[in-house]
Design a protein. Structure first.
Length: 286
């Protein structure tokens, strides 16, 4: 593992920006553009130049309906990219649900594990995180991408997501994970429809009351496409949702999010800095 020591080592007076590096042929946002390791590394380095604070490298698409890849292929995709980006000085997160991939990525230089299943997909993940002592993102999750839309049933989405995340935090702590290094993610779009996503965004304070920093990953997602298109119209392509994604980044920063995960970095990197200055004490510098 390379990078700062624990979450405290990456402390900032503003919301952080995580750049997405998809090493997949089938991501909903940029499938195939950065599938080759060299292209993915170059993309990550450009994101750093654009203002990313850390990079999230993933080798398995979690778009709705996506089939899983086997562990050997996931390792083949992510390890060279993690190794090269960490070697170039990037703070790297590995986006994986598998403890075997997480362990190999940490050995290759990853600083954080971003697990969209919150440890539910792999019973060994919590022990791996406890042993390696890496920062860990636990996302709210109700099942794999193949059928997650059928699980988007809630009475009170904010309270249910909060309580289900609380149970994951209890399980992680029982496994020996230091909760001081755990980030929670409400899992926008994962077993949630557009109304669920907006309700969660409006209530970030209730998620923050769990006592962990909050990561938001709204970038380019379908609910933004539906908003921009309007009722009955075709969704704009994923890359045409970047302005809306940056707007969410700014509002999330004002609401106290720890980090936003985005596909287009520059606008969000600028936006979170504006948000930090806007909300700073009036006596601060110019």
């Amino acid at each position: 593992m390379t990078g700062p020591v624990g979450l405290a080592g990456l402390a900032s007076d503003r919301c952080l920006v995580m750049g997405v590096v998809n090493v997949t042929p089938d991501s909903f946002s940029d499938g195939g553009l950065f599938f080759e390791a060299g292209d993915a590394v170059a993309h990550g380095l450009q994101m750093l130049a654009d203002g990313a604070d850390l990079l999230d490298v993933g080798g398995e698409s979690t778009r709705p309906g996506a089939a899983r890849v086997d562990v050997t292929e996931e390792l083949r995709r992510v390890l060279p990219v993690v190794r090269d980006l960490a070697g170039a000085g990037a703070v790297v997160s590995v986006d994986t649900m598998r403890s075997q991939v997480a362990e190999a990525a940490v050995a290759a230089g990853a600083w954080m594990v971003n697990d969209v299943s919150g440890g539910l997909a792999d019973p060994q993940m919590a022990a791996l995180v406890a042993d390696t002592k890496v920062p860990y993102v636990a996302m709210h999750w109700r099942g794999h991408s193949a059928d997650m839309d059928s699980r988007a049933t809630y009475v009170d989405v904010v309270e249910e997501v909060r309580s289900e995340l609380a149970r994951r935090l209890d399980a992680l702590e029982a496994a020996g994970v230091d909760l001081a290094d755990v980030v929670v993610d409400p899992g926008l779009g994962f077993a949630k429809n557009a109304d669920h996503n907006w309700a969660l965004l409006r209530n970030l304070d209730r998620l923050a009351s769990l006592g962990c920093p909050v990561l938001l990953a709204a970038s380019r997602k379908r609910f933004l496409g539906h908003l921009l298109a309007g009722p009955g119209h075709e969704l704009p392509p994923a890359a045409e949702r970047d302005d809306a994604s940056a707007a969410v980044s700014v509002l999330a920063a004002v609401a106290g999010a720890w980090c936003v995960r985005v596909h287009e970095v520059r606008a969000s990197a600028h936006g979170v800095r504006v948000a930090a200055r806007w909300t700073a004490d009036a006596g601060a510098g110019s």
